[in-house]
Ligand binder design. Sequence first.
Ligand code: AP5
Length: 231
Amino acid sequence: MSVRPNGSQPRTPLTVALFGPPGSGKGTQATFLVEHLHIGRVSTGELFRHEVRRGTGLGLQAKQYIEHGELVPDAITLAMFRERLKKPDCADGVLLDGFPRTAAQAEALNGILQGLGRRMDRVIYIRVPQEVLISRLSGRLTCPTCGATYHPELAPPRRRGVCDRDGSELFQRDDDAPETALRRINVYKEQTVSVLDYYREQGLAAEVDGLGPVEEVHRRALASLSESVVG
Ligand code: AP5
Protein backbone atom coordinates (compact mmCIF):
# COMPACT_ATOMS: atom_id res chain seq x y z
CA MET A 1 0.00 0.00 0.00
CA SER A 2 1.27 3.45 -0.75
CA VAL A 3 1.51 5.92 2.11
CA ARG A 4 -0.04 9.32 1.57
CA PRO A 5 1.63 12.54 2.76
CA ASN A 6 -0.23 12.53 6.06
CA GLY A 7 0.59 8.87 6.66
CA SER A 8 -2.96 7.54 6.16
CA GLN A 9 -3.73 4.56 3.94
CA PRO A 10 -5.34 5.10 0.54
CA ARG A 11 -8.90 4.05 -0.21
CA THR A 12 -8.09 3.12 -3.81
CA PRO A 13 -4.85 3.56 -5.75
CA LEU A 14 -4.39 7.22 -6.59
CA THR A 15 -4.57 8.37 -10.22
CA VAL A 16 -3.33 11.89 -10.93
CA ALA A 17 -2.60 13.42 -14.34
CA LEU A 18 -0.27 16.33 -15.06
CA PHE A 19 -1.60 18.48 -17.86
CA GLY A 20 -0.11 21.45 -19.71
CA PRO A 21 1.59 22.56 -22.91
CA PRO A 22 5.07 21.39 -23.93
CA GLY A 23 7.58 23.02 -21.60
CA SER A 24 5.08 23.82 -18.84
CA GLY A 25 7.03 21.67 -16.38
CA LYS A 26 5.10 18.38 -16.31
CA GLY A 27 8.22 16.23 -16.32
CA THR A 28 9.95 18.44 -13.74
CA GLN A 29 7.02 18.28 -11.36
CA ALA A 30 6.40 14.57 -12.02
CA THR A 31 9.86 13.72 -10.68
CA PHE A 32 9.06 15.47 -7.38
CA LEU A 33 5.49 14.26 -7.06
CA VAL A 34 6.11 10.53 -7.51
CA GLU A 35 8.75 10.64 -4.77
CA HIS A 36 6.39 12.48 -2.48
CA LEU A 37 3.33 10.34 -3.18
CA HIS A 38 5.13 6.99 -3.57
CA ILE A 39 3.32 6.11 -6.77
CA GLY A 40 4.47 5.06 -10.25
CA ARG A 41 5.05 7.51 -13.07
CA VAL A 42 3.88 6.94 -16.62
CA SER A 43 5.23 9.42 -19.16
CA THR A 44 4.11 8.44 -22.65
CA GLY A 45 6.77 10.75 -24.13
CA GLU A 46 9.49 8.97 -22.11
CA LEU A 47 8.13 5.57 -23.13
CA PHE A 48 8.22 6.54 -26.81
CA ARG A 49 11.75 7.96 -26.53
CA HIS A 50 12.90 4.76 -24.84
CA GLU A 51 11.51 2.71 -27.73
CA VAL A 52 13.08 5.06 -30.29
CA ARG A 53 16.49 4.68 -28.61
CA ARG A 54 16.16 0.89 -28.66
CA GLY A 55 15.14 0.97 -32.33
CA THR A 56 12.07 -1.24 -31.77
CA GLY A 57 9.17 -1.43 -34.22
CA LEU A 58 7.12 0.76 -31.90
CA GLY A 59 10.01 3.21 -31.69
CA LEU A 60 10.32 3.42 -35.47
CA GLN A 61 6.59 4.03 -35.81
CA ALA A 62 6.57 6.72 -33.11
CA LYS A 63 9.70 8.47 -34.37
CA GLN A 64 8.12 9.69 -37.58
CA TYR A 65 5.45 11.56 -35.59
CA ILE A 66 7.64 12.80 -32.74
CA GLU A 67 10.30 14.31 -35.01
CA HIS A 68 7.60 16.40 -36.72
CA GLY A 69 6.01 17.48 -33.46
CA GLU A 70 2.81 15.53 -34.17
CA LEU A 71 0.96 13.23 -31.80
CA VAL A 72 1.50 9.50 -32.18
CA PRO A 73 -1.83 7.91 -33.27
CA ASP A 74 -4.19 6.95 -30.46
CA ALA A 75 -4.21 3.21 -31.25
CA ILE A 76 -0.42 2.97 -30.86
CA THR A 77 -0.36 5.17 -27.76
CA LEU A 78 -3.19 3.33 -26.03
CA ALA A 79 -1.74 -0.12 -26.65
CA MET A 80 1.57 1.00 -25.12
CA PHE A 81 -0.17 2.71 -22.20
CA ARG A 82 -2.28 -0.36 -21.33
CA GLU A 83 0.85 -2.51 -21.11
CA ARG A 84 2.68 0.04 -18.98
CA LEU A 85 -0.15 0.35 -16.48
CA LYS A 86 0.09 -3.39 -15.75
CA LYS A 87 3.60 -3.00 -14.32
CA PRO A 88 3.95 -3.51 -10.54
CA ASP A 89 5.07 0.07 -9.83
CA CYS A 90 1.60 1.28 -10.89
CA ALA A 91 -0.27 -1.05 -8.53
CA ASP A 92 -0.50 1.45 -5.67
CA GLY A 93 -1.19 4.50 -7.78
CA VAL A 94 0.06 6.34 -10.82
CA LEU A 95 1.04 9.81 -11.95
CA LEU A 96 0.30 10.36 -15.64
CA ASP A 97 2.64 12.76 -17.45
CA GLY A 98 1.55 13.70 -20.98
CA PHE A 99 -1.42 11.35 -21.09
CA PRO A 100 -4.27 11.61 -21.98
CA ARG A 101 -3.86 14.25 -24.70
CA THR A 102 -6.77 13.56 -27.05
CA ALA A 103 -10.48 13.11 -26.40
CA ALA A 104 -10.21 9.47 -27.51
CA GLN A 105 -7.38 8.84 -25.02
CA ALA A 106 -9.38 10.42 -22.19
CA GLU A 107 -12.42 8.26 -23.00
CA ALA A 108 -10.30 5.12 -23.23
CA LEU A 109 -8.56 5.94 -19.95
CA ASN A 110 -11.93 6.20 -18.25
CA GLY A 111 -12.76 2.68 -19.35
CA ILE A 112 -9.33 1.31 -18.38
CA LEU A 113 -9.57 2.81 -14.89
CA GLN A 114 -13.13 1.61 -14.41
CA GLY A 115 -12.02 -1.89 -15.36
CA LEU A 116 -9.44 -1.71 -12.57
CA GLY A 117 -11.90 -0.33 -10.05
CA ARG A 118 -10.08 3.00 -10.10
CA ARG A 119 -10.93 6.49 -11.23
CA MET A 120 -9.19 9.73 -12.10
CA ASP A 121 -8.63 11.62 -8.84
CA ARG A 122 -7.13 14.89 -10.02
CA VAL A 123 -5.84 16.58 -13.18
CA ILE A 124 -3.26 19.25 -12.39
CA TYR A 125 -3.09 21.84 -15.14
CA ILE A 126 0.25 23.69 -15.08
CA ARG A 127 -0.40 27.10 -16.60
CA VAL A 128 2.54 28.85 -18.34
CA PRO A 129 2.36 31.62 -20.99
CA GLN A 130 3.43 30.63 -24.51
CA GLU A 131 6.35 33.10 -24.67
CA VAL A 132 8.00 31.31 -21.74
CA LEU A 133 7.56 27.84 -23.24
CA ILE A 134 9.90 28.25 -26.21
CA SER A 135 12.78 29.62 -24.12
CA ARG A 136 12.37 26.75 -21.64
CA LEU A 137 12.31 24.12 -24.39
CA SER A 138 15.19 25.51 -26.42
CA GLY A 139 17.53 25.21 -23.39
CA ARG A 140 16.20 21.98 -21.92
CA LEU A 141 18.57 19.15 -21.02
CA THR A 142 17.08 15.70 -20.39
CA CYS A 143 18.39 12.64 -18.57
CA PRO A 144 18.15 9.50 -20.75
CA THR A 145 17.96 7.25 -17.68
CA CYS A 146 15.41 8.80 -15.31
CA GLY A 147 13.81 11.47 -17.54
CA ALA A 148 14.69 14.35 -15.17
CA THR A 149 14.94 17.70 -16.96
CA TYR A 150 17.24 20.66 -16.43
CA HIS A 151 17.97 24.03 -17.97
CA PRO A 152 21.41 25.72 -17.95
CA GLU A 153 19.99 29.00 -16.61
CA LEU A 154 16.54 28.20 -15.22
CA ALA A 155 17.15 24.84 -13.50
CA PRO A 156 20.85 23.93 -13.75
CA PRO A 157 22.20 20.52 -12.68
CA ARG A 158 24.81 20.57 -9.89
CA ARG A 159 27.47 19.33 -12.35
CA ARG A 160 27.34 20.70 -15.86
CA GLY A 161 25.83 18.20 -18.34
CA VAL A 162 25.31 15.49 -15.71
CA CYS A 163 22.08 14.30 -14.04
CA ASP A 164 21.96 15.05 -10.29
CA ARG A 165 19.98 11.89 -9.64
CA ASP A 166 21.92 9.14 -11.43
CA GLY A 167 25.01 10.72 -13.01
CA SER A 168 23.88 10.07 -16.62
CA GLU A 169 25.06 12.41 -19.36
CA LEU A 170 22.28 14.86 -20.25
CA PHE A 171 21.13 15.33 -23.86
CA GLN A 172 19.05 17.77 -25.91
CA ARG A 173 15.87 16.38 -27.43
CA ASP A 174 15.62 16.65 -31.23
CA ASP A 175 12.00 17.79 -30.95
CA ASP A 176 13.08 20.80 -28.87
CA ALA A 177 14.39 22.54 -32.03
CA PRO A 178 12.43 25.84 -32.20
CA GLU A 179 10.27 25.00 -35.25
CA THR A 180 9.33 21.55 -33.90
CA ALA A 181 8.68 22.96 -30.42
CA LEU A 182 6.35 25.56 -31.95
CA ARG A 183 4.52 22.82 -33.88
CA ARG A 184 4.10 20.85 -30.64
CA ILE A 185 2.60 23.90 -28.93
CA ASN A 186 0.16 24.34 -31.83
CA VAL A 187 -0.75 20.63 -31.76
CA TYR A 188 -1.42 21.04 -28.04
CA LYS A 189 -3.83 23.90 -28.79
CA GLU A 190 -5.54 22.01 -31.62
CA GLN A 191 -5.89 18.53 -30.11
CA THR A 192 -5.17 18.56 -26.39
CA VAL A 193 -6.62 21.68 -24.74
CA SER A 194 -10.17 20.29 -25.05
CA VAL A 195 -9.20 17.34 -22.81
CA LEU A 196 -8.87 19.82 -19.95
CA ASP A 197 -12.48 20.93 -20.47
CA TYR A 198 -13.53 17.29 -20.24
CA TYR A 199 -11.99 17.05 -16.75
CA ARG A 200 -13.14 20.55 -15.74
CA GLU A 201 -16.73 19.51 -16.42
CA GLN A 202 -16.25 16.61 -14.00
CA GLY A 203 -14.78 18.93 -11.34
CA LEU A 204 -11.44 17.12 -11.46
CA ALA A 205 -9.16 19.84 -12.84
CA ALA A 206 -7.00 22.04 -10.61
CA GLU A 207 -5.09 24.97 -12.10
CA VAL A 208 -1.56 25.70 -10.88
CA ASP A 209 0.61 28.72 -11.77
CA GLY A 210 3.70 27.21 -13.46
CA LEU A 211 5.85 30.35 -13.19
CA GLY A 212 8.40 30.84 -10.44
CA PRO A 213 10.98 28.54 -8.83
CA VAL A 214 10.52 24.80 -9.43
CA GLU A 215 10.13 24.19 -5.67
CA GLU A 216 7.40 26.83 -5.46
CA VAL A 217 5.46 25.22 -8.33
CA HIS A 218 5.91 21.89 -6.57
CA ARG A 219 4.32 23.31 -3.41
CA ARG A 220 1.38 24.63 -5.45
CA ALA A 221 0.94 21.28 -7.19
CA LEU A 222 0.90 19.46 -3.86
CA ALA A 223 -1.59 21.94 -2.44
CA SER A 224 -3.88 21.26 -5.40
CA LEU A 225 -4.11 17.65 -4.25
CA SER A 226 -6.66 18.34 -1.58
CA GLU A 227 -7.26 16.23 1.51
CA SER A 228 -10.14 14.52 -0.26
CA VAL A 229 -7.68 13.24 -2.89
CA VAL A 230 -4.67 12.23 -0.82
CA GLY A 231 -6.15 12.01 2.67
P1 AP5 B 1 6.34 14.62 -24.18
O1 AP5 B 1 7.64 14.06 -23.81
O2 AP5 B 1 5.17 14.32 -23.33
O3 AP5 B 1 6.55 16.18 -24.35
P2 AP5 B 1 5.57 17.42 -24.06
O4 AP5 B 1 4.21 17.17 -23.59
O5 AP5 B 1 5.71 18.20 -25.29
O6 AP5 B 1 6.15 18.02 -22.79
P3 AP5 B 1 7.61 18.34 -22.57
O7 AP5 B 1 8.34 17.11 -22.12
O8 AP5 B 1 8.17 19.04 -23.76
O9 AP5 B 1 7.54 19.45 -21.43
P4 AP5 B 1 7.22 19.34 -19.90
O10 AP5 B 1 5.91 19.97 -19.63
O11 AP5 B 1 7.44 17.95 -19.38
O12 AP5 B 1 8.33 20.33 -19.35
P5 AP5 B 1 9.69 20.03 -18.53
O13 AP5 B 1 9.37 19.64 -17.13
O14 AP5 B 1 10.60 19.14 -19.30
O15 AP5 B 1 5.95 14.17 -25.66
C1 AP5 B 1 6.88 14.20 -26.72
C2 AP5 B 1 6.23 13.66 -27.97
O16 AP5 B 1 5.82 12.27 -27.76
C3 AP5 B 1 4.95 14.35 -28.41
O17 AP5 B 1 5.21 15.50 -29.20
C4 AP5 B 1 4.23 13.25 -29.18
O18 AP5 B 1 4.78 13.10 -30.48
C5 AP5 B 1 4.56 12.00 -28.39
N1 AP5 B 1 3.56 11.72 -27.34
C6 AP5 B 1 3.77 11.74 -26.00
N2 AP5 B 1 2.63 11.44 -25.35
C7 AP5 B 1 1.68 11.24 -26.29
C8 AP5 B 1 0.30 10.92 -26.22
N3 AP5 B 1 -0.34 10.78 -25.04
N4 AP5 B 1 -0.38 10.79 -27.40
C9 AP5 B 1 0.25 10.92 -28.59
N5 AP5 B 1 1.56 11.25 -28.71
C10 AP5 B 1 2.27 11.40 -27.57
O19 AP5 B 1 10.31 21.52 -18.49
C11 AP5 B 1 10.76 22.15 -19.65
C12 AP5 B 1 12.01 22.99 -19.33
O20 AP5 B 1 11.65 24.04 -18.44
C13 AP5 B 1 13.14 22.21 -18.66
O21 AP5 B 1 14.37 22.67 -19.14
C14 AP5 B 1 12.98 22.54 -17.16
O22 AP5 B 1 14.21 22.50 -16.47
C15 AP5 B 1 12.42 23.96 -17.24
N6 AP5 B 1 11.51 24.27 -16.12
C16 AP5 B 1 10.54 23.46 -15.61
N7 AP5 B 1 9.89 24.08 -14.61
C17 AP5 B 1 10.45 25.31 -14.51
C18 AP5 B 1 10.21 26.45 -13.66
N8 AP5 B 1 9.26 26.44 -12.71
N9 AP5 B 1 10.97 27.54 -13.85
C19 AP5 B 1 11.94 27.57 -14.79
N10 AP5 B 1 12.23 26.54 -15.61
C20 AP5 B 1 11.49 25.43 -15.47
